[in-house]
Design a protein around this ligand. Structure first.
Ligand code: ARG
Length: 249
């Protein structure tokens, strides 16, 4: 009866902004894959016995959509923030991330200070956008922020020299850098070192963040089931298996 545990055949709909490689993206065969996709399978289906289904949505409006009932939960590499936690609840953290900046190899930008006065690309509504806004304040307004509906818009703008840097989650920037071969991270110490993070990435970090699965505020029962399943997959090695599939080292 494992298939009936908790769900009794319910389908959990999962709102997500795609593509956000390596968390949620499509292969050339149009198959939806990624770290979140595998975690969703392990948690909702393998552990809790629900059917589940991803539903594409825009990141900027994803919290309102959840609260409107367009889907049951959010899994979208979403950072747990205080502001968001006023509107929705989060699972226990399931991934640590850092805001980082990438530039073209050919760029003469080599430090955070060099970003003063340039245009940076971010995805609308993300913590990358918030990090850019904080930087703009630090620079007394001397920074231009270009916000794109999807992170791929920001990456394209970088490639086309429409922005000088992209501020975004480290592993997503790393994936893009790996595929591009003409992109590098800005180096330097930052939030990761200040917060004493072991395994801090070897480049400049603006923030340290944790991803959570998002729930409506009245969905405590499901949230607690999911927290239990997240703990189980950490204990039984499934989490590590999924992790090493998408991230080396
Ligand atoms: N972690 C960042 C945030 O929560 C970016 C998430 C963007 N996710 C996505 N699937 N596009 O704001």
């Amino acid at each position: 009866m494992a298939g009936c545990l908790g769900g009794g055949g319910d389908t959990i709909t999962i709102g997500s902004d795609i593509p956000y490689r390596p968390f949620e993206y499509r292969t050339t065969e149009n198959e939806l894959v990624g770290f979140d996709v595998d975690i969703a399978q392990a948690v909702f289906t393998d552990e809790l016995g629900y059917e589940h289904e991803f539903q594409e949505t825009s990141f900027d409006t994803i919290i309102g959509s959840l609260n409107n009932g367009n889907f049951r939960v959010i899994m979208s590499a979403m950072t747990i923030t205080e502001d968001r936690a006023e509107e929705i609840d989060f699972s226990d953290p399931y991934f640590t991330a850092y805001q980082t900046a990438i530039v073209l190899n050919s760029s003469d930008i080599s430090s955070k200070e060099d970003l003063r006065g340039v245009a940076v690309g971010v995805q609308k509504g993300t913590t990358g956008e918030s990090a850019a806004k904080s930087l703009k304040e630090e620079f007394d307004g001397d920074l231009t922020i270009q916000s794109y509906d999807q992170v791929t818009g920001a990456f394209d703008a970088l490639r086309n020299n429409q922005v000088s840097a992209v501020i975004n989650d480290n592993t997503v920037n790393a994936e893009f850098a790996e595929q591009s071969d003409n992109v590098r991270f800005l180096e330097g110490t930052g939030a990761a070192e200040e917060q004493g993070k072991e395994n801090a990435p070897p480049y400049l970090t603006f923030t340290v963040e944790e991803y959570g699965i998002g729930f409506r505020k009245d969905d405590d029962e499901l949230r607690e089931e999911v927290n239990g399943a997240l703990q189980t997959i950490r204990d039984n090695g499934t989490y590590d298996e999924i992790y090493s599939k998408y991230f080396s080292g």
